[in-house]
Design a binder for this molecule. Structure first.
Ligand code: NAP
Length: 250
């Protein structure tokens, strides 16, 4: 029987790539974002996920019309700023979208997903496993998201609900250019494409994996930061502050 995936942040970037992949694999696609996607999906719901009354309203509408098998919590935003200069309002916006909207949506859809023995897929980040100077606000939101995914998975052990957490490295979507804060991120040597990412996510979904790191080579940096934290601190500080590094790969 045809399954339905609900994807947040469907209008562009990774959300769009995931929608096209799951659609190609035969899913009905229902999506949420503030701007309408430029491709055809089965149900579009214009919503600002930082407004919790909108989350509640849209969830009621979607639950009335669709049987959601897979919830993909993908919408997210970055913030590049030192802790000293961080605007608390901006930080709240980041947490509202990257963390609290995910918790709220998941709570509202969980009874339905339990009934359907479905999946919850959270789009986290390498920044949730690897702290980065001037990205601390974003890192904190994704570390929190990882804790949510892992503890939720453990709570759902007897419900046959699959929780997949995606530890994502740099992929060219324009994400950095839309981030809050005043700092410009340095370039990353290798990126990957949204399409390759979506293929990897679909494979992980089929295999009911707990977590994937994409691209896989980011494992090395995560390991390095834990094995040699002082060296990592100095190298990452230098990368952000040394103007001989090229400034951007937005
Ligand atoms: N790209 C990367 O390098 C990278 C790396 C690691 C993790 N990630 C994570 O991957 C996810 C997707 O990132 P991306 O690269 O695809 O970013 P993106 O291209 O900027 O897309 C973000 C999506 O979220 C939606 N969105 C933003 N604010 C929203 C709001 N208030 N309410 C509802 N929807 C909102 C946007 O749609 P509208 O503007 O139309 O609302 C858009 O569809 C994020 O969670 C991000 O943290 C990305």
């Amino acid at each position: 029987m045809e399954k339905t995936a609900l994807i947040t942040g469907i209008s562009k970037g990774l959300g769009k790539a995931l929608a096209l992949k799951f659609k190609k694999e035969g899913f009905k696609i229902v999506g949420i974002s503030r701007t309408q996607p430029d491709f055809t999906i089965d149900g579009y719901y214009k919503t600002d996920l930082t407004d919790f009354s909108q989350i509640e309203k849209v969830s009621r509408e979607i639950l009335k019309e669709w049987n959601v098998d897979v919830l993909i919590n993908n919408a997210g935003i970055g913030i590049y700023e030192s802790w000293e200069d961080m605007s608390i309002n901006d930080l709240r916006k980041v947490f509202d979208l990257n963390f609290f909207s995910v918790i709220y949506l998941t709570k509202l859809f969980l009874p339905e997903i339990k009934k359907r023995k479905g999946s919850i897929i959270n789009v986290s980040s390498v920044a949730g496993k690897l702290y980065v100077p001037y990205m601390g606000g974003y890192c904190a939101s994704k570390y929190a998201l990882n804790a949510f995914s892992d503890s939720l998975r453990a709570e759902l052990i007897e419900d046959d609900v699959h929780v997949l957490n995606l530890i994502v490295g740099r992929i060219s979507t324009g994400f950095s250019g839309r981030a809050l804060g005043s700092k410009k991120p340095p370039s990353t040597p290798f990126g990957s494409s949204p399409e390759k990412f979506a293929d990897a996510v679909y494979r992980a979904y089929l295999k009911k994996k707990r977590e994937i790191i994409f691209p896989g080579w980011y494992r090395f940096f995560i390991w390095f930061s834990k094995a040699f934290p002082s060296i990592y601190d100095r190298l990452s500080y230098k990368k952000w502050n040394d103007h001989s590094f090229s400034r951007t790969s937005r």
